[in-house]
Ligand binder design. Structure first.
Ligand code: KG4
Length: 337
């Protein structure tokens, strides 16, 4: 089954074709990061407008790269939640038109379910049940994936997402947007151990997280040092910051394995590209005797292939939509419509 998949929830326009949920025939991604860098973050209206410009051309590109014609498309999958609503609407509207014109099923896919499904592409033998640590620019979740379309949130951030925290810390250090990768590169130049940063604990919810205090602490630390004319070891700060984020995420993901009895941990989302987090996950899983599934960096960020992968399993579960499908800015991945 060839699924033509669309992703436009943030600042990447992505169109892919995936066969039977596991084989990527093409994966065209156009990042708008340069457009938003000027403003230090994603500007929603610019994102929507750039999706409108790019989506048809990327669809042609995806078909050409897959060496398929429109008649070879068996179904259309699209991210319909969560995300910047104007941006998601572009993908949903276009996908509906394509499904309507071709007379094929329309499959709505939750963006986080898609991020988790990226690992089905990287690891052909991976199957639920497992625990997923989904960490991106807008979401930070620990999810119990009981089956391909049956999942439950075990823990989530109470405020900022881990990626938002990386981006704002990077901005105060004068690094370009999106800041996660430049922060990671800077952190690799130091062993850290110089700056003490706060850790958060949510009373009565051991798997919930909080990143806003950490974000504010870094911003204040940098401003105070500059006001006092003190020299800042930026590489050490980047390293200590990454360790602080990792210390929020990794022990809780391991605790989720204990609680659920799962032996497999899947990392997902753009922040899963972080080298400190990856290495901490590797050590923790090795110590616990658990299997770790870390997708390659290109599958961590937003892409259409992950939507095609999850779309296949949604289709098998009978989760197709009629042409009155809407887009949603927020939605629990466990309660996907
Ligand atoms: O999954 P993604 O591409 O988009 C969303 O769905 O949000 O994640 C983007 C986020 C950004 O905040 C970016 O700074 C962060 O992932 N990111 C990283 C790294 N690479 C990307 N954060 C930390 N370390 C990295 N190496």
């Amino acid at each position: 089954m060839n699924i033509l998949a669309f992703e436009s929830s943030c600042d990447e326009t992505a169109v892919a074709i995936v066969r039977d949920g596991r084989t990527v025939l093409s994966d065209a991604v156009l990042s708008q990061a340069k457009e938003h860098a000027l403003y230090g973050g994603v500007v929603p209206e610019i994102a929507s407008r750039k999706h409108v410009e790019a989506i048809a051309g990327l669809t042609d590109q995806a078909l050409t790269e897959a060496k398929l014609t429109r008649q070879d498309v068996d179904a259309v999958a699209v991210t319909y939640a969560p995300g910047l609503i104007g941006a998601v609407l572009v993908g949903v509207s276009f996908a509906k038109s394509v499904a309507y014109a071709l007379g094929v099923p329309l499959i709505p896919v939750h963006h986080i379910r898609g991020h988790i499904a990226a690992s089905y592409l990287a690891f052909p033998d991976l199957a639920p049940p497992f625990v997923a640590l989904a960490i991106s620019g807008g979401n930070t979740l620990i999810v119990h994936v009981r089956d391909y379309t049956d999942m439950e949130i075990l823990g989530s951030t109470r405020d900022d997402a881990a990626g938002e925290c990386f981006d704002k810390a990077a901005r105060v250090l004068g690094l370009p947007y999106p800041g996660g990768r430049p922060m990671d590169e800077l952190a690799q130049k130091s062993a850290g151990g110089k700056y003490t940063l706060p850790r958060a604990y949510v009373e009565g919810a051991e798997l919930d997280m909080s990143f806003s205090g950490l974000k504010t602490a870094v911003v204040n630390l940098v401003h105070t040092a500059r006001q006092k004319g003190e020299e800042l070891d930026e590489a050490a700060l980047a390293r200590d910051f990454a360790c602080a984020v990792s210390a929020e995420l990794v022990p809780r993901a391991m605790r989720a394995l204990e609680i659920t009895g799962c032996r497999k941990l899947v990392a997902a989302g753009g922040v899963a590209a972080n080298s400190v987090i990856r290495s901490d996950l590797e050590s923790a899983c090795a110590a616990a005797g658990a299997s770790l599934y870390l997708p390659p960096l290109r599958l961590c960020g937003d892409n259409g292939a992950m939507i095609g992968a999850q779309g296949y399993y949604e289709y098998l579960a009978g989760h197709t939509a009629t042409l009155d499908l809407n887009a949603y800015a927020t939605m629990d991945p466990g309660k996907s419509k």
